[in-house]
Design a protein around this ligand. Structure first.
Ligand code: RIB
Length: 312
């Protein structure tokens, strides 16, 4: 009934070094953490993995360093069946890494060292042009040079390919260069930083999304964590209800949302259902520790979706 969507991610790949701790050190202080997890991450790679686990054919366009992490990252893509033809291993720069600190309530703080992600250039997009032209959807984030993000948005528009921009982490940005994207998908923090408006409530989120639409975006999706998500267009604004969970680790939940949403939408599901499913996919990802390793497989997700929506 549904076609298998083809999704390309032009973005980052990191190795996540996650420490779980009840408290965090003050300057000059040494403390003991509770536990540690080493895993594959990077907003781009995470979104690619989520889309793949949801059933899409996925191609990754990225750069990693010529080090242990870089080689392992390429193997990791292969293990998921993600096309890594355009993942280049480059000398003279480290792979991207992300030390992550997770509090007992699952909340995280992340420091990203971009490394090779920072030299993914427009020329790399041109080198992957055939793959990109064959895609239904291109996904972008902000862990690569903004110049490359702008270039890829224009490429997508020129070739009539759906384009999803996730402005994460937030950065000062020329919004006009992104306005040709089909979906602009910030979380609350990113939306605040980019719009200059606070997002503490659903009402705030609606105002913020309206302000972003004024900047020229056709569709804005705000991810609101435990409050679900919000879709705003020139015609209407709709809150997509959350699914309740008790999170262990929220790292990568936003990426789970975007990767799964892109796959659900590209396989032909209606936008609202794709968003609702993405809300659940992201919620389920918080129940396990780690980033990519916390993302459910499609069959596991469908069981949960059927269970949660049976009485709706
Ligand atoms: O969104 C979570 C991701 O942010 C982590 O995997 C980390 O690598 C950073 O990119």
């Amino acid at each position: 009934m549904f076609k298998s969507p083809r999704i390309a991610v032009v973005g980052s790949a990191n190795t996540d070094l996650t420490t779980f701790s009840d408290v965090f050190p003050r300057p000059g202080e040494t403390i003991f953490g509770k536990s540690f997890d080493l895993g594959f991450g990077g907003k781009g790679a995470n979104q690619a993995v989520a889309a793949r686990l949801c059933g899409a054919e996925v191609a990754m366009i990225a750069k990693v360093g010529n080090d242990l992490f870089g080689e392992a990252t390429v193997k990791n893509f292969a293990s998921f069946g993600i096309d890594s033809t355009h993942v280049r291993i480059v000398d003279g720069v480290s792979s991207g890494v992300a030390p992550i600190f997770v509090e007992p309530n699952g909340q995280n703080r992340i420091i990203v060292v971009k490394g090779a992600n920072d030299i993914l250039m427009p020329a790399d997009v041109d080198a992957a042009a055939d793959t990109l032209r064959n895609s239904d959807t291109i996904i972008l984030q902000f862990e690569i040079p903004l110049e490359t993000v702008y270039y890829t948005v224009h490429f997508a528009r020129q070739h009539n390919i759906r384009c999803i921009v996730n402005p994460a982490p937030a950065a000062p940005v020329r919004l006009a260069e992104l306005a040709a994207a089909d979906y602009f998908v910030p979380n609350e923090t990113e939306a605040e930083a980019i719009s200059g408006l606070p997002v503490h409530s659903i009402d705030d989120a609606k105002k913020c999304a309206a302000a972003l639409l004024q900047k020229g975006f056709r569709k804005v999706i705000l991810t609101l964590g435990a409050r679900g998500s919000l879709l705003a267009t020139a015609q209407a604004t709709e809150v997509i209800a959350p699914f309740q969970v008790t999170p262990k680790d929220t790292t990568g939940a936003g990426d789970a949302f975007i990767g799964s949403f892109s796959a659900f939408l590209a396989e032909g599901l209606p936008e609202q259902e794709a968003l609702s499913r993405a809300n659940l996919y992201a919620a389920v990802s918080t129940l396990r520790v780690g980033t990519q390793k916390s993302f459910p497989k499609r069959s596991e997700f469908e069981d949960e979706w059927n269970r949660r929506t049976a009485k709706l």
